[in-house]
Design a protein around this ligand. Structure first.
Ligand code: KIV
Length: 310
């Protein structure tokens, strides 16, 4: 028998995960993700903001779907994540959870929904679980308040995902979109913050725009899975904004994004073809239209003629 290479093993594991017969029966939980880490299986994560996209990702076998506050830019056209509200996030999370049967759905707590005080943070996190049927929430940073909020939420039965490195809600403090943890001091602080989040009870941690060796050592030190975005291949899984990967959101393309499609071009071409068909009366054709029965058509024409005599 031939021995399988690592690439072949990963491909066959993915085929198994994305086959509806194997995947639909078993939904992904926070424990599944921990088990994947222990077994050395990479965790596949993406964002979604609507029902049809969430359904495609889920049926393709994506493990974790994040309703990210990147919604602000990608779906709502804002310049940063700041403007998105709890109401926006709840509305879109509801749409996503309706489309998902297997993946773990995580909802992002938006700017100022958890930074004010514990009670406010807890009631907002609870809304995602109760009203929108998300299975977990995510928040950015490892402040003292965040650590308290995380342990309270976990004790109440709400799993929390952490997010360190470049945390977009703090873009104004960072002075732009920059790699974090670039000095030895900052790298050590990132390790300490990651461990503090783990102790507080997060089930997983996003590391965004962090140097390779730093995210790799954090992933090795943590028992929980570290999910990278612009953090190299040493993490336990990867996440990207789906619209970046599909080439649908093109306002800017961070260096860490790999485009797997050019949906902007595909969509634009399709829309131009539609417009041309409308203008030349090629759309709609007979199959795309509805007709009266012969009898009703005759009666209808007779009525029109009779009417025109009056
Ligand atoms: O809001 C978002 O989409 C995110 C990720 C890409 C990690 O936080």
């Amino acid at each position: 028998m031939f021995a399988m290479s690592n690439e072949e093993k990963s491909a066959s594991a993915w085929n198994f995960r994305s086959n509806p017969e194997n995947t639909m029966a078993k939904s992904v939980s926070t424990l599944t993700l921990k088990k994947y880490k222990q077994e050395g299986k990479k965790i596949v994560c993406l964002t979604a903001y609507d029902y049809s996209t969430a359904k495609i990702l889920d049926q393709a076998g994506v493990d974790l779907i994040l309703v990210g506050d990147s919604l602000a830019m990608v779906a709502l056209g804002h310049k940063t994540t700041h403007a998105v509200t709890m109401e926006d996030m709840i509305h879109h999370t509801k749409a996503v959870t309706r489309g998902v049967e297997r993946a773990l759905v995580v909802a992002d707590l938006p700017f100022m929904s958890y930074q004010v005080d514990e009670t406010h943070a807890i009631s907002n996190a609870g809304r995602f679980i109760k009203e929108a049927q998300a299975q977990a929430v995510k928040l950015e940073g490892a402040t003292e308040l965040n650590l308290q909020v995380i342990s309270r939420l976990v004790s109440m039965g709400i799993p929390v995902m952490g997010h360190l490195g470049f945390t977009p809600q703090s873009i104004n403090v960072f002075g732009g979109t920059h790699v974090q943890g670039k000095s030895a001091d900052d790298a050590i602080k990132l390790i300490e913050d990651s461990l503090a989040l783990e102790r507080a009870g997060v089930f997983s941690l996003v590391l965004e725009m962090v140097p390779h060796s730093v995210s790799k050592i954090i992933s090795q030190k943590l028992q929980i899975p570290a999910i990278g975005i612009g953090a190299g291949d040493g993490c336990d899984g990867q996440i990207l904004v789906t619209d970046d990967l599909l080439g649908k959101y093109t306002d800017f393309k961070p260096r860490f994004v790999r485009r797997y499609a050019s949906l902007d071009e595909v969509c634009s071409e399709a829309i131009k073809n539609y417009a041309s068909d409308v203008m030349t009366s090629k759309f709609p054709n007979a199959q795309e239209s509805f007709f009266l029965s012969e009898t009703e058509e005759k009666l209808f024409q007779d009525r029109l003629k009779a009417g025109s005599k009056n």
